[in-house]
Design a binder for this molecule. Structure first.
Ligand code: PXG
Length: 288
């Protein structure tokens, strides 16, 4: 497998990070997870824009232009003859010394991994997910804004451990004030009285590319949509709940904390959006 590593394509065994890289020492860096459907890179521009925004937010200047970055992604995909793949784009602060000082890192490290994608089994989509509320709260936005897709995912990993211990696939993370934020690697939506509702990202959630796509599809179908602060009680009493994410796409949730959601089956609006999203993945993106 070829990896793009600081401007060159190298064999995976040669794509090695220094132990002094601040991405490793401090989680000081940003990343993106992008998907290709056939030879279409889904919402490539949006992912690249979010990467540069995340970098900006941590005052990390990516040394190549967005156009060069897209070329690098395409080059890596082609070198691995991949279709229907997963792209991991990573930019770290680079090699520094053992101190925190980012000024010691003179050159950001950029690497791109393209690989096959690991998906939830089909029955999860047919039946819906059974999830829990994590004990771990989402990062406080004024400490580390969850809108930054940084390499520091320990907050999410701790919540993922909560999910694993409970025998579930995902966990809902609440803000420090107890409002629903998102899941460990997915955004969350509910449907009530045929209205679609999701928490605003400002309270502490990633502005998911799939989230935006789902909102766009709902608007096209004239499904009333709004952002609102949600408590767990709102989710428990929802007619439908679903998650959105690059890997998961749109996936129904039928149980939260052992409580049945709606009639315990994927809901009508969820199924409609799932179907429309799959159509969208055939046309929305950059071809290579
Ligand atoms: N919230 C968080 C915290 C995420 O990490 C999403 C929402 C959904 O965003 P997108 O843009 O993908 O719709 C994410 C993204 C993984 C994995 O392996 C998960 C994500 C990204 C990359 C890998 O579980 N989640």
């Amino acid at each position: 497998m070829k990896i793009y590593f600081n401007g060159k394509l190298v064999n995976s065994g040669k794509a090695l990070i220094s132990v002094f890289d601040h991405g490793l020492l401090y989680g000081d860096g940003v990343f993106e997870g992008i998907r290709t459907y056939g030879c279409l890179i889904f919402r490539m521009k949006e992912h690249i824009d979010r990467l540069y925004k995340s970098a900006d937010a941590i005052e990390l200047k990516i040394p190549i232009t967005k156009t060069k970055m897209i070329e690098a992604v395409v080059k890596t995909l082609k070198a691995n003859s991949l279709k229907n793949s997963y792209i991991r784009l990573v930019v770290t602060r680079g090699v520094g010394d053992l101190g925190l000082d980012p000024r010691k890192c003179r050159k950001p490290t950029i690497f791109i991994i393209t690989d096959t994608i690991k998906l939830y089994p089909k029955e999860f989509y047919d039946r819906g997910l059974d999830i829990i509320t994590a004990h771990t709260r989402r990062n406080y936005p004024k400490a580390l804004d969850p809108r930054i897709k940084s390499l520091n995912y320990l907050n999410n990993i701790l919540a993922k451990i909560d999910a694993i211990k409970a025998g579930t696939e995902e966990a809902i993370m609440l803000t420090c004030d107890g409002y629903v934020a998102e899941c460990t690697g997915d955004n969350i939506f509910m449907v009530k009285n045929r209205e679609l509702i999701t928490p605003p990202v400002e309270i502490g959630a990633l502005k998911g590319i799939t989230r935006d796509a789902a909102i766009g599809l709902a608007k096209l179908s004239n499904i009333p949509f709004y952002e609102k602060l949600l408590r767990m009680e709102d989710l428990y009493s929802a007619g439908e709940v679903f998650l959105t994410g690059t890997a998961a796409e749109i996936i129904p949730v039928i149980k939260i904390d052992k409580q049945r959601i709606g009639n315990g089956k994927p809901g009508e609006i969820t199924l409609k959006l799932m179907k429309e999203f799959r159509e969208l993945t055939k046309v929305d993106g950059v071809r290579y």
